[in-house]
Design a protein around this ligand. Structure first.
Ligand code: NBP
Length: 477
């Protein structure tokens, strides 16, 4: 029998996705540049379903039913182009190349346009959930043509995570839309992780709580509105004791966070699109700063405040305030992420359904959380919502949280504990709320030194003040 789908690139992700398809009853052709991986897959997992191993690209392509669906799971970047160069000449009109790697959406747009010329559908697809998700059900964000989704979509939906019976997979939009949305997902993930790390740091540094106590606190939070995969694993990590030293595990890990690049891409593209995403940016910079050991060593002896940790009763109250601060900051960073998706959608004409994106992130992916249901509800109620902060429910909650949020940011300052995520989120909130921003002064300065002009609050038009003249007369320009 011919295979309904083929997977080339059988490292952790490709292998697990191939197994997921096979476990769901599909016949799966499998191929890898180095054939040993293909053989290993068949030996170890061949019994799980119907696999068709292929050693050569020709054999692989010949084993696929038409239109062919060829899922590429190789290292993102040049390897993807190499695989396309190798396979595209073997394909025919209407066949599909699905790129499930973490490609940059601009590369996906380029590849899609080039392959479209040859009648081949190129389906850039975001896949989230890591190794486990790939095997048991990831969140899947396919881009590409509507036509390709007609036959491919049901298969992807079948292997995806399910929440309340609904698949965590939907057609996001044309060409690079899927990879764009996956990129923003990762940006939001960076922000979420940073906020959780700050909450932990404040509970430890201000409230004087041990990692084990903080784990209990996180576990309690995980039964409420912060219920999420990331809070759950955080509690688990904080409970873990290092076997070699008997210390809390978190204390034996070097305090330098690495990054692979999707968070950085999110910020770079946000700058290009002109979307303010300070929460995501601060998270990327916080990781970057942590790795600058020479800067940190040079600054280690600089003075800081001498803050005492709180007594146990105040510590409990403070923990509640941190919960509010974390929740409010989380709303803000998701608001920024969704604004970014809106901006990308408008720029590239993707017409992305913002509520549907929230729905497919409820399961399978790293930021899966009960919270996403609320975002979906907000966009279902109003597709044109300018910001999540304008949703009545979120506005109410953030209003209730704001006083505690301010206390926490102030405490961070008083105790000398860095909280860039919490404070940037609060500043963003206050900036959007502000009746007047000091941007008026900034614009006046621009006019002063560079004749960059300004608009007035009381009259239409564009103006310049002749700052060098004695009379400082104003001219309409
Ligand atoms: P890797 O990103 O480590 O890539 C290894 C695979 O790429 C192997 O199958 C390797 O073949 C193949 N490959 C390379 Br490298 N260069 C090639 C070339 N020039 N031609 C053909 N094949 C080539 O694997 P992974 O961690 O499974 O990730 C696969 C993709 O999924 C990546 O794009 C990744 O960013 C993305 N992703 C990963 C995760 C995750 O949690 N790991 C999550 C979501 C998405 P070989 O065996 O012959 O060396």
């Amino acid at each position: 029998a011919k295979a309904q789908i083929g997977v080339t690139g059988l490292a952790v992700m490709g292998r697990n996705l191939a197994r997921n398809f096979a476990r769901n009853g599909y016949t799966v052709a499998v191929h890898n540049r180095t054939p040993a991986r293909t053989r290993a897959l068949i030996e170890e997992f061949g019994h799980e379903g119907s696999f068709v191993p292929a050693e050569s690209p020709e054999e692989f392509v010949a084993s696929l039913e038409r239109p062919r669906r060829l899922l590429v799971m190789v290292k993102a970047g040049e390897p993807t182009d190499e695989v396309i160069r190798e396979f595209a000449p073997l394909l025919e009109d209407g066949d599909m190349i699905i790129d499930g790697g973490n490609a940059h959406f601009a590369d996906t747009r380029r590849r899609e346009a080039a392959l479209r010329e040859h009648g081949i559908h190129f389906v850039g697809t975001g896949v989230s959930g890591g190794e486990e998700g790939a095997l048991h059900g990831p969140s899947i964000m396919p881009g590409g043509s509507v036509e390709s989704y007609r036959t491919l979509g049901p298969m992807l939906e079948k292997i995806s995570a399910k929440v309340d019976g609904a698949p965590c997979c939907t057609h996001i939009g044309a060409d690079g839309a899927g990879h764009f949305v996956k990129m923003v997902h990762n940006g939001i993930e960076y922000a979420d992780m940073q906020l959780i790390a700050e909450a932990y740091d404040l509970l430890r540094g201000v409230a004087g709580m041990t990692p084990a106590r903080i784990a209990e606190t996180f576990r309690r939070w995980n039964t409420g509105r912060l219920d999420s995969y990331l809070i759950e694993i955080t509690a688990d990590i904080l409970t873990h004791t290092d076997a070699a030293t008997g210390k809390p595990f978190v204390d034996v890990v070097e305090d330098q966070a690495e990054q692979k690049g999707t968070g950085r891409w999110t910020v770079q593209i946000a700058l290009d699109l002109g979307v303010p995403v300070p929460g995501i940016a601060e998270a990327v910079f916080a990781r970057s700063l942590s790795g600058h050991t020479h800067l940190r060593a040079a600054a280690r002896s600089l003075p800081g405040p001498r803050g005492n940790t709180l007594d146990p009763k105040s510590a409990e109250r403070f923990a509640d305030q941190v919960e509010h601060a974390l929740y409010a900051s989380k709303i803000v960073s998701y608001a920024q992420g969704w604004n970014m998706i809106q901006a990308g959608s408008a720029e590239y004409g993707w017409d992305i359904d913002l509520g549907a994106v929230a729905a497919i992130w409820r399961g399978g992916c790293i930021i899966r959380a009960a919270f996403l249901d609320r975002i979906r509800a907000a966009y279902d109620a109003d597709r044109t919502l300018p910001t999540l902060l304008a949703d009545a429910q979120f506005a109410k909650e953030i209003g209730e949280a704001q006083s505690a949020w301010r206390t926490v940011v102030a405490a961070a300052g008083e105790h000398g504990i860095p909280a860039p995520g919490f404070s940037a989120a609060l500043s963003y909130y206050d900036a959007l709320r502000a009746e007047r921003l000091p941007a008026a002064l900034t614009q006046a300065q621009r006019d002063y030194f560079g004749a960059h002009t300004y608009r007035r609050v009381d009259r239409k038009g564009t103006f310049h003040t002749r700052w060098a003249d004695e009379d400082r007369s104003e001219a309409e320009v």
